[in-house]
Design a protein around this ligand. Structure first.
Ligand SMILES: O=P(O)(O)OC[C@H]1O[C@H](OP(=O)(O)OP(=O)(O)O)[C@H](O)[C@@H]1O
Ligand code: HPA
Ligand SMILES: [Mg+2]
Length: 178
């Protein structure tokens, strides 16, 4: 697995430091509120666990899986749910946790859907943001790192389902894509 990596963009220490900063900020912002943290499977799973383990406030965990480029055209704004939340989110403060915003479609559709379900508020926390790739207008409320337009793997991010279990974020050698 390690021999497939071309370079490291963010190492374990840099990720850990930033995750703790985000956790501290989010915990302060949501203190005293009924917080439900939504993990967008599969990519966000690693970041999600690290983030909430650094937050010392009461919160609820829930998971959702959506297809990013499946059913629905861009204009319809629909999101196909492959696995839905278990919780009733009415009147709860929802924080969507994502690994990366690329085109912005996944997060835009998901946040619209959760608002329609009657959440008290819907905000997004994203570890990585690739602003140069945006196809729809979407900005996360909390962003870990802004990254260049390179295909990244590790810390939840995959290529063909693999490399999610790397402790750092990096790029793959070109021959891996061939
Ligand atoms: O901003 P966008 O262009 O919508 O892309 C970002 C989404 O794409 C990836 O998920 P993917 O649907 O590949 O599934 P995964 O999380 O299981 O890897 C990533 O984890 C984000 O959820
Ligand atoms: O850079 C990326 N890596 C893995 N998955 C992704 N989904 C959107 N961008 C990426
Ligand atoms: Mg994802």
């Amino acid at each position: 697995m390690l021999m497939d990596i071309e370079k490291t963009l963010l190492d374990e220490a840099a990720i850990g430091k930033r995750v703790r900063e985000l956790a501290e900020q989010i915990a302060a912002d949501y203190a005293g509120k009924d917080l439900l943290m939504v993990c967008v499977l599969n990519g966000a799973a690693v970041f999600y666990i690290d983030l909430l383990m650094d937050m010392q406030i009461p919160l609820e965990m829930n998971f959702i899986r959506v297809s990013s480029y499946g059913a629905g055209t861009e204009s319809s704004g629909t999101v196909r749910i492959l696995y839905d939340l278990e919780a009733d989110i009415t009147d709860k403060h929802v924080l969507i946790v994502e690994d990366i915003i690329d085109s912005g479609r996944t997060l835009k559709r998901l946040s619209k859907l959760l608002k329609e379900r009657g959440a008290a508020s819907v905000k997004c926390c994203c570890l990585l943001d690739k602003p140069s790739r945006r196809a729809v207008e979407m900005q996360a409320d909390y962003v870990g790192f802004s990254v260049p337009d390179e295909f990244l793997v590790g810390y939840g991010l995959d290529y063909n389902g693999k490399y999610r279990n790397l402790r750092f974020i990096g790029t793959l050698k070109p021959e891996i894509y061939e």
